[in-house]
Design a protein around this ligand. Sequence first.
Ligand code: BG6
Length: 487
Amino acid sequence: MQTDSSFTFVLFGGTGDLSMRKILPALYEAHRAGGMLADSGKIVAVARHLADRAAYVDWVNEHVKPHVSKNGVDETAWASFLDRIEFVKIDLGNPEDFTLLRDALSGRPGIRVFYLATGPSLFVPICRALASVGLNENSRIVLEKPLGYDLKSSNAINDAVGEIFAEEQIYRIDHYLGKEPVQNLLALRFGNVLFEPLWRREWVESIQITIAEELGVEARGDFYDNTGALRDMVQNHLLQLLSIVAMEPPHSMDSDSVRDEKLRVLRALKPIDPRDIGKVAVRGQYHAGVIRGSAVPAYATEPGVKQDSNTETFVAVKVEIENWRWAGVPFFLRTGKRLADRVAEIVVNFRAVPHSALGASALRGGANRLVIRLQPNETIRLYCLAKQPGEGMNLASVHLDLAFDRFFREGQMEAYQRLLLDVINGRLALFVRRDEQEAAWRWVEPILNEWAAANKPPKPYAAGTWGPAAASAMLAQHGTCWLEEEN
Ligand code: BG6
């Protein structure tokens, strides 16, 4: 990927956690790889509590460097990366300070990217201050999640930002869409004849999408306690993954063709009847437990969390899509903190053969299954039955492995790196359009409302397990189980 388009990447929240762990390391990787960022491209960090560029570079050396490159830092590349960095000291509470930014940016070539790695309460004030000094022209704005707390607050942000920036200037990040296997799922589905004919209710029995984390709420107890897993992971990441899995083939890969198809899926989600919530959605909260041999505390004792908190750290939900392709096929979505393993995967369970001349094992559902592992170890595996060697006809499960690192030794890219390059190069396909976001909120809101009205504690689960037993019972009602429960 070569580029000669110049840019200025303005990073609000330049000393925040996201800048430190994700954004600056991703920009460094793009810089180190060479040919991805125009030589003249600059990064302008905006922060309040550091004095000047020298202080910011010290901060970057101390805090960002440990997060770059698993294979160690290339010191020459690191030094030239630092040369790209500039700094403007701005108090975001003081809109007049934005004239400093305008002056710092004046006369620069190329596109301006404003990355708001700040809390959502600052999105609108920052956009207004940018407009007040004319910086909303020839620019793109990147908004991080959470974009609001519910449909109303998300609409309020989108309305206010939309008065200043056109929709084509707004890049709403969902970093799951930047993960390589998600891209590969599109390649697999729409680049091959093999899967598409089977990708429908006649051949698919059920689909599971899991994002399981071992981590707890870390230093974000306060934020998380007001958010919960449904808002933090389901409304965005899980529904986005679902829309990619279930969408119709787009006319082209241009941004609106892809996003139109995803939107159709989100609009076709079967609304959840509040009376059925107990049957189709499970919420849990972790108690003390053990993860990889170490004791971990209960959620309610984490810093920033209310002791009597009813916030869910686990959600499992059954989703149905009301269209011709997917009618009647359950999609089981699940996410949780402090679970038994860190794994994100999509599991497509195909139906059993209609008649087996080869014995009962061929009649078992799940014999044919596609497992798309997003992390760790990105792979796609196609499971099928094969004959065991030797006498008789005994079938056993085997899989075809699409291990990307074996086929493509170079060029792997982290999600943030891909997405930041897309912003700089004006590619919107992997960013969430406003109508998609609204449709996702519309679907989750009845669940949120019902849970709030019921005011019941979530089901407890011990840290280091796979969540409340009710999540397994939900699948058992459909004659299936989560992947890790097989055998
Ligand atoms: C974020 C959530 O969007 O995604 C976090 O706010 C979560 O709570 C994170 O830990 C998971 O992302 P990843 O890429 O580490 O799986």
